[in-house]
Design a protein around this ligand. Sequence first.
Ligand code: MSP
Length: 511
Amino acid sequence: MKKFYITTAIDYANGSPHLGHAYEKVLTDVVARFRRLRGDTVRFLTGLDEHGQKVHKAALALGVEPIAICDGFARDFQSLCKVLNISNDDYIRTTEERHKRVVGQLQQHLFDKGEIYQGEYRGYYSVKEEQFLTEKEMVDGKWPAHYGEVNEIIEHNYFFRLSKYQDWLIDHIQSNEDFIFPRFRARQVLEFLKEPINDLCISRPKDRLPWGIPLPFDENYVTYVWFDALINYVTGAGYGTDDFAQNWPADFHVIGKDILLPAHSVYWPIMLKACGMALPKSLLVHGFWLNSGQKLSKSTGNVINPLDLIEQFGADAFRYFLIREMNVGQDSDFSYEQFLTRYNDDLGNDLGNLLSRLLNMGGRYADSKVPAVALEEEPEKTLNSLWVATSEQVIGLFEEFQFHKGLDVTFAFIRGINRYAETRAPWKLAKSAAPDDLAKLNTSLAYMAEGLRLATTLLSPVLPEVSAKILALLGEPEVSRYAGNLEWSERLQGNRLGEKIILFPRPQKEV
Ligand code: MSP
């Protein structure tokens, strides 16, 4: 059976993880967890992009082997995944043998088919910066001083025939509406493709850049880093093994807007087409967190690193904020004040208080057991129909990656449960001796518990740890699927409720 295969971009091994990297992983993880709950078998891949000039230069500067630098970053990025509770099935590093083998095989195949040819690369080269420049880099007709001496040089290199596939690619994008999400990004790509594209230089002479995967047909060259990195998606799908057919094509490559053009929307589809392989079904292109690489200012004038918030507030609160604030595809600003507002208002007041109220009253009035529903009147019917509308809408929104709206609607339902509790006021009912009031009291606790179970089930792709905790406190095992678990039911009846806890404690001190 075909798996739902989803990938993130692989991070460069030339800098520490930041908010942008964290976001992409969380977003992909939310999609992966959502699909698992929907019943798909998921394969989720993320990893590290280790070759190229920058890593080589950094190694030279530090006097160490490039792999030592990569090993360090691999540890940092993998521990970020762990801290954020990312449910990836595999982690690929482009220096692994399995990857080098696949890159070599595909290049040889393309070379044998005549899709790769040798040619001359002519350009301006800065020896100091070890990079080719274009005239665009000139300021007032001169090369800026930091480039040092710039010479025009000719280098023999290998080229991949991109241009002959240009019309095919335009047609593919036009006839596959879902190939690039959001749609406005597809229009940008089509705009780019109005100009003729050049063939792609896919080699670097080894004497200039030794840190790369050697070309299988010419040992004097290594592979251009994008031609190596993109292939991680098929290596990670098990290319050359029996697993490949159940993974490939990818359902989604999740990437940031900066690497859509030309790498993912031009090079990658053409590379696959030239190899005779199926294209990914969709590129899911997210926007940028502004300020992500920098420290954030707080109104107090202090600065913080957003990733430090995970330690103080927990991974789920951090995940919630990222997914609640970002409209997938757009950019967003990360603000510490906004983070605290979401933490205190949505998580603390709406969700956390509902749980502690329920556990508290369950302990006092119902012997810490979920009572049976004893009567259903207007308030129950209202809450019930609010749930029906909520669940249908939220699933639809999640399916379209409108997670921020889906969370908004879910929290409106949670506030609906709190309103229901206010209306029924179990603490007043508990003081009454009327038999009807006992029925109302029991019903209200049962309804609060069931509402909370349902909301929590819906939230679990975003708040996996908190959801598991809440469900356990309601006496339920962790949810594995949405199907059969999202209908209003009386399944909690008789379950033992846990001790009252504060899920989202107020921050004690300034971060
Ligand atoms: N190594 C390449 C990707 C190769 S994929 C075959 C790369 N690496 S990166 O480390 O620079 O970026 C990794 C991902 O993080 C990219 O999808 C990028 O768009 C994303 N982000 C980097 N900064 C970001 C923000 N400020 N905000 C959101 N995502 C951002 O590109």
